[in-house]
Design a protein around this ligand. Structure first.
Ligand code: NAD
Ligand code: WQD
Length: 343
């Protein structure tokens, strides 16, 4: 008889962080059940998860707001918990199309939560973001810092956090882990799965790797006049597989303990844009052409986590350094120069 592993509903599991977390879940003895509407992902990610782990997770193309569709999934798969990644993450688009972001993130989460409640699934991990801290004044940023987002995307995350807090107050038998990610980067070491942005990347790492592979001419460095070590923006980059391990640790706590906790997932180390360029050049052996231009509106000079709560509460510490982040991002980029679409 085959052993039955606990099933975990993973919304947005075909996406960047979700696919890596599915690998970590399988390797930790859980069975992901993925629902994703594929609005920002490719179904090939599911086959790649199988290629890495030898296990093919169940996959349903389904929107989180589709109550009937989700119920059908959950009738086949009695999941013990949910990891909720599904949502829209593009900050610029959230400014130009706020209703779209609020509908997908806030209305989608509300609908999902109602479906989960009706099925008695009361353990949940939620993908929040360091963006909820806005322009925090003191570094490193602890979880007790003010929640003061500066764009509709950040507001949508803060709203969902508030909804989850109110839900736990009303239903103390629930267990909810709110994970505030800093800057997830890199890829699985196999190069099978990685970040596959549609169109021009908004974020630094995929842009740098597309310049290194020759897909873009040069990086625009948004400002070198910040009050930082070299004038460029400083961020807390965390390897996506460390982030994935953080989800497994948070899930294990949620399976054991009721109530809500919110933790940062970061390394506690800040790296500048110029340091990233240099690290990437060293690892890839390719030049990364760049030009310094004006600051990007809404950017802060510096953001890095106080990771001590995740360490104390979840026994989680990021293990992979910047070299490994660059090496794995570069391996993914070289093996998949145009993302999932090239195979
Ligand atoms: P992603 O876009 O790669 O993954 C999100 C997935 O959700 C995609 O596969 C998309 O198709 C799916 N999706 C979107 N709306 C859906 C809906 N209504 N129903 C079903 N599926 C839906 O993004 P990611 O980088 O993997 O981010 C995952 C989560 O983490 C998001 O909630 C994001 O806001 C959050 N987050 C990401 C970062 C980051 O820098 N990548 C940082 C902090 C927080
Ligand atoms: C990093 C640094 C830029 C691109 C964003 C979201 C945040 C979160 C993570 C989801 C900054 C500089 C960038 C480029 C550059 N996502 N840069 N040229 O802004 O910290 O966070 O992604 O929750 O909500 O806002 O990350 O990778 O865009 O930028 O010079 O082409 O690189 O100015 O200093 P950011 P990023």
């Amino acid at each position: 008889m085959t052993e039955k592993f606990p099933e975990i509903l993973v919304t947005g599991g075909a996406g960047y962080i979700g696919s890596h977390t599915c690998v970590a879940l399988i390797q930790a003895g859980f069975m992901p059940v993925i629902v994703d509407n594929l609005s920002n992902s490719h179904p090939l990610a599911i086959s790649r998860i199988e290629a890495i782990t030898g296990t093919r997770p169940a996959f349903y193309k389904c929107d989180i707001a589709d109550d009937a569709g989700l119920r059908t999934v959950l009738e086949c798969h009695p999941c013990v918990a949910t990891i909720h990644f599904a949502g829209l993450k593009a900050v610029g688009r959230s400014v130009s199309e706020p209703l779209e972001t609020y509908r997908d993130n806030v209305c989608g989460s509300l609908s999902l939560l109602q479906t989960l409640r009706s099925r008695g699934i009361n353990r949940l991990i939620f993908s929040s973001s360091a963006t909820v801290y806005g322009g925090a004044e003191h570094m490193p940023i602890p979880e007790t810092a003010s929640i003061q987002p500066t764009n509709p995307y950040g507001h949508s995350k803060a709203m969902i956090e508030q909804i989850l807090q109110d839900l736990v107050t009303a239903a103390p038998d629930m267990a909810i882990g709110v994970l505030r990610y800093f800057n997830p980067v890199g890829a699985h070491i196999s190069g099978e799965i990685g970040e596959d942005p549609q169109g021009i990347p908004d974020n630094l790492f995929p842009y740098v790797s597309q310049v290194a592979v020759g897909r873009r001419e040069k990086l625009l460095v948004f400002g070198d006049d910040y009050d930082t070590k070299d004038g460029t923006g400083v961020r807390d980059y965390i390897h996506v597989m460390d982030l994935a391990d953080g989800h497994v640790a948070a899930l294990q706590r949620c399976l054991d303990t009721d109530g809500l906790f919110a933790v940062n997932l970061g390394t506690g180390q800040g790296s500048s844009v110029l340091e990233i360029i240099q690290a990437f050049e060293t690892v890839s052996g390719k030049p990364v052409a760049y030009e310094v231009v004006g600051r990007r509106p809404g950017d802060v000079a510096t953001s890095f986590a106080d990771p001590s709560k995740a360490s104390d509460m979840l026994n989680f510490k990021a293990q992979r350094d910047l070299t490994q982040m660059c090496r794995d991002a570069w391996n993914w980029q070289q093996r998949n120069p145009t993302g999932y679409a090239n195979r």
